[in-house]
Design a protein around this ligand. Structure first.
Ligand code: SF4
Length: 407
């Protein structure tokens, strides 16, 4: 029987982002030069909508939109209209994970494509938090079930920190899944401070098709990271940027002067800055509201590059908020503290609390850290503040973490 409370598939009239909307969102974004492709399946035979441009994703040789729909947000478990709307503008790549949404993301993506009948029109990536070959294979089977599909386009080892997990045995498991027709492509995501090491590892392994890694406007002058990106690009590894906003710690009080640079707000500007790097195929964005979805699509369909003035404003923004963003490189700071702390992990969870507004998730993940890493009081963090090359006030941030996580 039909559930009367179930959300209805959105009509074109209620959910369509009109061309006028897009123009106003972009504050006069010139749509000249925007590729007008056919409407995706969801749209039906109406007038063509601007479509998000596409790029080839490395050795997969497949094209993906430069803007990917990130699933680390609360999705409607029965039918999420934001996904439908994204698809209308060509955002047909959905990035899930076994753990996103407290474990509900995959089921929501599965419900969406089944109800919209678009499985053949979309790309689904998911991820495993288990990094052993057996763990990955068993999580993969659960992912297939939850996603209501018999094949995945891409599977990542999620937040991989140790390259030793990219073993021969893992390669064999991946080859078997591909041979069975259950998986098209494989790779990993890299969240930690060793992105450089992980990109070089990927460059040496022909069976790693793509890597999703932390990359944002704060890192453009990072020579080691640039070399690693070059090596991965040369090996034809598909490169996807994540955490493009670069807000690894709360810096809301310092946002205000940079809220808008030229035509774009700062969220749009940092995405455009990433897309200007031709080595990067796409950027994933966790768009939890229609406003963010509209803004990001408006930025993506606009072919104009950031102007010199806008680039300079972004650079000033990076400089002004430099000491408020943690880069995850805790090999610098952890060892400067006489206790088994996990500074980067703690600050990342503080960001979930402050910036992503996910206090429950932040608390749950913090509770999962080793007990010794959760003890934040009575510890002298001043050595970590001095050791941090990015100027993060670790003393103040850990004091705040202690208040937020009540430990
Ligand atoms: S506090 Fe500084 S040194 Fe420590 S992980 Fe963050 S950015 Fe790196």
């Amino acid at each position: 029987m039909k559930d009367p409370k179930a959300p209805q598939a959105p009509s074109k009239d209620t959910l369509q982002i009109s061309r006028r909307d897009l123009l106003s969102i972009g504050s006069g974004v010139a749509l000249a030069g925007v590729t007008l492709g056919p409407n995706p399946a969801w749209a039906g035979p109406s007038k063509p909508l601007p479509q998000v441009p596409r790029r080839v994703l490395g050795k997969t040789k497949q094209t993906v939109p430069i803007l990917l729909f990130g699933g680390a947000v609360k999705l409607d478990p029965r039918f999420d209209p934001k996904m439908a709307e994204a698809l209308r503008f060509g955002v047909d790549y959905f990035d899930a994970a076994d753990c996103y949404g407290g474990g509900t993301c995959e089921a929501a993506v599965g419900a969406f494509h089944q109800r919209a009948k678009v499985r053949d029109k979309i790309w689904i990536t998911s991820k495993s938090d288990a990094h052993s070959p057996e763990g990955m294979a068993s999580t993969f089977d659960v992912s297939l079930q939850k996603l209501r599909t018999d094949r995945l386009d891409m599977y990542f080892l999620h937040a991989l920190k140790d390259p030793a997990h990219l073993s021969k045995e893992m390669e064999r498991k991946v080859a078997l899944l591909k041979k069975q027709g259950k998986l098209r492509f494989f790779g990993f995501s890299s969240h930690h401070g060793n992105v450089v090491e992980m990109l070089h590892a990927a460059a040496k392994l022909p069976w790693i098709d793509a890597v999703m890694f932390r990359y944002n406007f704060r890192q453009y002058g990072d020579a080691e990271l640039n070399k690693a990106i070059d090596a991965a690009k040369k090996a034809d590894v598909g490169l996807i940027a994540m955490k493009t906003q670069g807000s690894e710690a709360s810096f809301r009080t310092r946002w205000a002067p940079f809220e808008k640079t030229g035509r774009w707000n700062k969220h749009q500007a940092v995405l455009k800055a990433v897309w200007q790097d031709e080595r990067i195929s796409a950027a994933v964005s966790h768009m939890d509201t229609f406003d963010k979805l509209r803004e990001n699509i408006a930025a993506a369909v606009d072919n104009n590059k950031l102007t010199q003035v806008e680039r300079e404003a972004l650079e000033q923004y990076a400089q002004a908020t430099r000491g408020a963003a943690c880069h995850g490189c805790d090999h610098h700071c952890n060892s400067a503290v006489d206790a088994p702390v996990q500074i980067a992990d703690t600050l990342r969870l503080l960001m979930y609390h402050d910036v992503y507004k996910e206090p429950d998730k932040a608390l749950r993940l913090f509770s999962a850290l080793p007990e010794s890493a959760r003890k934040l009081t009575g510890i002298d963090f001043s050595g970590a503040s001095s050791a941090c090359p990015h100027g993060v006030d670790v003393v103040a941030e850990m004091r705040r973490a202690s208040d937020v996580f009540r430990c």
